[in-house]
Design a binder for this molecule. Sequence first.
Ligand SMILES: [Zn+2]
Length: 327
Amino acid sequence: MEYIIPEMEKGELHVHLNGLVSSGLVKTLLENNIIDMPQGFDLEKDLNVIKPANNLSSYLKPWDLLRFIPKSRADLTLIVFDAFENLKKCNIGFVELRNSVLYIALLNKVNVDVAMAWLLEDIARASEYYSIKAGLILTVTRGDYSLEQLRSLLDAYVKLGKPDLIIGLDLAGNEDIKVPDTLAYEFVRAKIEFGLKVTIHAGETGSFENIIIAVNGFKADRIGHGTAAIKSKKTMDLLREKNICVEVCLISNRLTNAVSASESHPVIEFINNEVPFVICSDNPSIHRSSLTQDYIEFYRETKSSIHIKKMLGMQKKFSFIEGLTCR
Ligand SMILES: [Zn+2]
């Protein structure tokens, strides 16, 4: 099985643009732009996480530097094309890329709609060049300013004429950080008003209750990670009954320590409880890895070739990109 995995056609439903761009390119772009390097940061080793981190904040260390790029329109194009090049190497036929856009606007001193238009243009060009169908999911970060972030992203989306390439909304970040009470309502409103789909990072480093809030409050169509679901029968039942797909990122879960080395991966319980799931890579270049490696990790963990063979169908079925299956 492991030999045929690299050649298999795949879909990618959970990958962050910044986590997909090659570390070599990140290094070059950082070196070309004079930046105030955070103290003690080692470019040779701190751009990657290859051993389990002690906690989420130490896992997120590479982002201390990733937030300094792209510093120009041309650098963004290099990043997007490099990301697609990495997708192609894994035989990925369609991708849902995640990005928060706001830092691109801030870094380049342009309005959010301008930064969003740049990113969409690059994704469209790379998608055509590599023959990989693509969509963009707008990521909002958990915190006091989540509502403002969501509003400025949606304002830009409307200003650009609601581009079809934007397919959904995502909430990410440290689950211990509280979000404003009205955030869920605003996600649902965007879902109804614009037809955007919703995926929420939930139950990764936090409790299974965040998964229940994501499903019932945010009306999530999919859940990112969801590893904590196995601690609650009610949550597992909810995911199965509502047919909510979990985006399973095995390598990422080990490296963030969401799943410790001594535990078996929760995906085994998803299989046993008939909870739908897809295999995703989250931040493959940060992990010096790839979606192919996540498939291999899944196979080693479960010994299930059936699920690997069915994976492309599951990815098409639960993708937010229109027209992948004959529905
Ligand atoms: Zn993620």
